[in-house]
Each structure stands twice: as C-alpha cells, then as structure tokens.
Design a protein. Sequence first.
Length: 254
Amino acid sequence: MSETSKNAKIDKRIVGWSVVRDGQAANQEPDSNPLTVRIDRREEGSWESITTKINLTSAGGRKTIYFVIGFGVVCGRMGGKPVCIERPLEFFIPAGQTSAEHQWVSATMRTLSLAARGGFLIKALADLRKVSWDRGPVWYGKTKSGKGMVHDSEVAAIAWAIQQELHKRGFLGERGQERPVEALAEQFERTRAFRDRLPVDNPHVDYSGRDRSAEDDEAALAIVGVCPDPDCRGEMIMKDGCPTCLDCGYSKCG
C-alpha cells in the first residue's frame, strides 16, 4: 500500500465492503445468474415458442383453452465465465379467448409473464397449483401410473399443464423443480449446435448432412467458361453440377 493510500481520508459513510482475492481483477464483472436476471421488456426480433391446447373437465362441463409460451435467450456470468440459457419469458392466450369467462386466464398469463421476466416463475407456478375454488374439482392430465389428474381449480390445472410443457422442453425437472444453470447451459449449447446444422438455418450445411467447407464454395463459384449466347457472353460457373451463366441464367443442362 502506498503512502498516499495510507493517508487517504474517508469522508463518506461506509455502507458495504468486499474482499478482492489475489489475482482477481478489480474491474472484473460480477456474476449474474441467467435464471434470475430481470428482463424489463420484450426485446425485438423472433423468439422460439410453443402452443398448447388443453381440455379441462369440471362440474360446469368441458372447456378448451389454448396458451402460448415464448422462450428467449438470457445470458449472464457464472464463475467469471459468460453463460447463456433458453428461458421462458412470455405467456399469453391467442385472440378469440377473451370473453368474460376467459378474462381471468388472460390476467393469469400476464402475471406469469411478469413473474418469468422477474426471475421467479417457478415459485409463481407452484403458488398457482395451490389455488382452489368452490365449483368442485377439475380433471386434466394423467399421473405416471395412468390415473386421471384432479386439480382444485382451473388455475391449478393450467399451472400444472404449463409445468409439464416446461419439463418436456427441459427447463424444469420432473416435479416442476428448478434445474441447475449448468445443465440448462449445456442443453442450450446442444440445441444451438443442432439448429446450426439444419439446412434451413445454415446455408453451409447441405441436405446430406455433410458440412460444406470454404473450398466447396470456392469450387462452386469457379469460372468454367463463357456463355455461348452471343447477346450475353457472361461467365459460366458450376451450379448443381451444370455449367450455368451468372448473368442470363443459361444452363447447359437445359
């Protein structure tokens, strides 16, 4: 410690302190759990989503409800290293279900969206599973043994259905519990690697499953001749195995 630091005067109240370990950079970003990072608003662009249809049965009869879950990519830092996961951030019901009978469903989905962006979705779903009403039980789904599931209310039944969808997606455990961030990060990396290999997403992957290299692209663009059309005389390249003109589209294969 320098002499200047020893004689420095502290003229502000101390409200907290931390220990900087040996070798730790003073300007290193603090860890932030991607499971609990708060998302203030929906970002622009496309999100992955799933749409689910459920049929609830109660003393009042049979009722069909659709709901949509939107997944966004959330990144943070764990152990000083960047880490990204896919996290459910948006819940809503499609248009056409906004009658007076279904307004409470819309309100519930809005509440779940706020809980998801705030980082406490799992607790919110667990609380909804406990909601009961005086209209009798609601039947939806089956247990692992094949018996019909009985819920205390429609709210509880929908919350259970959402938990099942998130379990199938790999975000929740079998009993609706939180999965470790490390497991979610590994799953996201595997999913991203799989999507990158899809021809619809990646033009450098062909339908045979063989990765196209830069040499393949250069070979495909190599000039193999001059267009025989006297009004064109453009450059010919190999396209789908046939010499094709870049200018007029003429192909020797017809």
